[in-house]
Design a protein around this ligand. Structure first.
Ligand code: SIN
Length: 299
């Protein structure tokens, strides 16, 4: 098994050749020092998804650990846990049917002006089989585009909409929804550049998600085939990883750089997770580059 020796404070074991790593040998609830959190942030900047194994968190300590990564982003959609404004419980009972929370490829809250920078999900009760989460790399999707497509996308602005978000979530059993701002969110349209650069690494990625409704100046019908094409590229197996949960796994993902989907394959079993989101940045347009540079990067 490959260990990434650039990180010395704990073990970092890549999950696939594209993205994601298991992290072992660190206990976060134990008031870990600031350097541990800085190193985890660097691992996340590099791998975009990390599954930190062997944690023992309560909702309260989960909240405290999350706060060490920055301020919370706020979650205007889901009803929080009582007493912990920024923590949501995702619960599925053995007899539940229909969709699971987070089913189908998406990015969390992509229609916010500052989409969450990190989503954190803690596995409290995990089924003996199934219930994995899959992730797809928007950085690798960028590199899979032709120079011509990159140039076209550099010139475009995506309009991301909150429309339908409450309906999708309402289709999931046991997920309490907020009502205070629902109408405004349903009408929200937020503009983001399509080709963006990571604020820490400068690496390019394509900022698309399932709520990108149209490109500015284009119709929805003109936009959809392009977005579907990019989503198809991103979610090809070689650009994905899959986290197999264990009780006590804390999975964190760099939300704007990946798409993720929950897998609905654990009917008859219970699954309980705690979830929160840490504040991110306004997505930053990548500086334009020549076609030659684009071709070299793709090689
Ligand atoms: C989510 O989409 O945030 C939830 C993913 C999961 O429960 O596996």
């Amino acid at each position: 098994m490959l260990r990434d020796n650039r990180f010395q404070r704990f073990e970092v074991i890549p999950l696939t050749g594209a993205l994601g790593a298991d992290v072992r040998g660190v206990e976060l609830a134990d008031n870990a020092d600031d350097e541990v959190f800085k190193e985890l942030r660097r691992v996340l900047d590099h791998y975009h998804v990390i599954a930190i194994r062997g944690q023992k968190l309560t909702p309260q300590t989960f909240h405290e650990v999350a706060r060490r990564f920055g301020a919370f982003s706020g979650n205007p959609v889901h009803q929080p846990m009582e007493g912990l404004e920024d923590v949501v419980t995702f619960m599925r009972e053995p007899e539940d049917t229909g969709m699971v929370a987070g089913e189908n490829w998406h990015m969390d809250l992509a229609w916010m002006e500052k989409p969450p920078g990190i989503t954190m999900l803690y596995g409290h009760v995990i089924p003996p089989v199934g219930g994995d989460t899959c992730f797809a790399s928007l950085e690798h999707a960028y590199h899979a585009l032709s120079p011509g497509m990159k140039t076209l996308l550099e010139s475009l602005t995506g309009i991301h909409c909150g429309k339908g978000v409450f309906g999708i979530n309402a289709a999931t059993m046991r997920l309490g929804l907020r009502t205070d701002n629902a109408k405004a969110i349903e009408e929200l349209e937020t503009e983001h550049p399509v080709i963006c650069a990571h604020p820490a690494t400068g690496k390019r990625y394509v900022f698309v998600s399932s709520v990108l409704q149209r490109f500015k100046g284009l119709t929805e019908a003109e936009t959809k085939p392009i977005v579907d094409y990019i989503l198809g590229l991103a979610t090809r197996p070689e650009r994905t990883c899959r986290v197999r949960w264990e009780e006590g796994t804390l999975t964190m993902w760099a939300n704007p750089f990946v798409l993720h989907t929950a897998i609905n394959d654990y009917s008859g079993y219970r699954r309980v997770t705690y979830r929160t989101t840490v504040k991110g940045h306004v997505p930053m347009a990548a500086p334009a580059e020549s076609n030659d540079a684009k071709a070299v990067r793709a090689a």
